[in-house]
Design a protein around this ligand. Structure first.
Ligand code: GDP
Ligand code: MG
Length: 363
């Protein structure tokens, strides 16, 4: 699962990418770098600590989500409204978008539009995403028109259905309604899944504020949220978060306490991205290794086993499952078993967030 970081040039995308992935990609006040940065962020999860205290594993491995930092915005890189080539490829294959919006003031760093205006910048980027979707739709409609001329009347059904749907989506996009906000039926969404429209992707907005704006963070979040109620909005200081990311956890915590930064904003961003991707975590504790596994919510137990190893899915017999919160209350597995909280689950069960699972399989 991958989240693409988008935004106008100089909004702080690479800075925030570094903060999220604890990376060291070059940030730039002037010239943009054109190679995308790819990295992973570990999902912060307090349940791992609880489970460490119960299982005392030799090693703990958190779940991860990958982020790609794409250089520049659509317009900046293609000179037109439409995104092209590799850049577009990274965006269309992303599962969610994280839009960085500049709020910090710094005269040394020129804003591409000459002034700080988050509302305008969000609208600008929305328009670029919509442009890209419209271009795809127009090309496909042209192709469908040709195809309809060539095939015989009885075979036209599916083409006509697709044409009608694309025309409907185009009309809504022309009226500034992104695909994610067009109420489409399950069938329609299925028909569209191959297109990977950019305005269909879930999006999180990050307001990149300056250090002096930290006290106004939640007020800024509320303001933008009221304009864009459909998005999660988080305000953070990218530069500071990147610097904190280079420190050890203990040093960073001391720093945060001094600055009055309660919950690390980055943890919030990473957790929101995880939710945006529709992911939940289950845990395994085999071989003295505590590991969190990301799965789409609604995954069945054998499919979850398949995440660990394909043999486990193929030879799946059953699973022993206990939720982390039950385990925490009992203190250990033996106690949980005594209380009947350890469940045996078969092939048709659905895994819940926080389940601790032992798979039984036979190959
Ligand atoms: N003052 C200030 N500068 C920032 C902040 N975030 C990023 N920058 C600077 O803005 C410039 C552009 O940042 P970068 O991450 O390269 O932006 P990108 O073009 O969107 O990838 C760099 O010089 C950063 O150091 C911030 O919160 N405050
Ligand atoms: Mg950059």
């Amino acid at each position: 699962m991958r989240v693409a970081i988008i935004g106008l040039p100089k909004s702080g995308k690479t800075t925030i990418f570094n903060a999220l992935t604890r990376g060291k990609a070059a940030t730039a006040a002037y010239s943009p770098s054109l190679t995308p940065n790819i990295g992973v962020a570990k999902i912060p999860d307090s349940r791992l600590l609880i489970l460490e205290n119960i299982f005392h594993p030799k090693k703990t491995i958190p779940a991860e989500v990958s982020y790609v930092d794409i250089a520049g915005s659509a317009k900046a890189s293609s000179g037109k409204g439409e995104m092209k080539g590799e850049l577009l490829g990274y965006l269309t294959t992303a599962d969610a978008l994280l839009q960085v919006v500049r709020v910090f003031e710094d005269e040394k760093i020129p804003h591409p539009k000459g002034s700080i205006n988050p509302e305008r910048d969000i609208a600008t980027l929305d328009l670029e995403l919509a442009f890209s979707d419209l271009a795809i739709i127009e090309r496909k409609l042209d192709k469908l028109k040709d195809a309809l001329k060539e095939v015989k009347a009885p075979e036209r059904g599916p083409h006509l259905k697709e044409q009608t749907l694309l025309q409907k989506i185009k009309a809504a996009l022309d009226n500034d309604i992104p695909v994610r906000q067009q109420s489409l039926t399950g069938d329609e969404l299925k028909l569209l899944s191959n297109y990977q429209f950019l305005t269909a992707k879930p999006m999180l907005i990050i307001l990149n504020i300056g250090e002096s704006q930290i006290p106004e963070a939640s007020q800024l979040e509320t303001e933008i949220k009221s304009l864009y109620p459909q998005f999660a909005v988080i305000a953070l200081c990218g530069k500071l978060e990147m610097e904190l990311g280079q420190l050890s956890d203990i040093e960073a915590k001391e720093f945060r306490d001094v600055m009055g930064l309660a919950t690390p904003a980055l943890d919030k961003v990473i957790n929101f991205s995880y939710k945006l991707l529709g992911l939940i975590s289950f845990f395994t504790t085999a071989s003295a290794e505590l590991k969190a596994w990301p799965i789409p919510s609604g995954t069945t137990t054998p499919k979850a086993a398949g995440k660990v190893h394909s043999d486990m899915e193929r030879g799946f017999i059953r699973a022993e499952v206990i939720n982390c919160s039950d385990l925490e209350r009992c203190g250990n597995l033996a106690e949980a078993r005594k209380k009947g909280l350890l469940r045996t689950e078969g092939k048709n069960c659905i895994v819940h967030d926080g389940d601790v699972i032992t798979f039984l399989f036979n190959v």
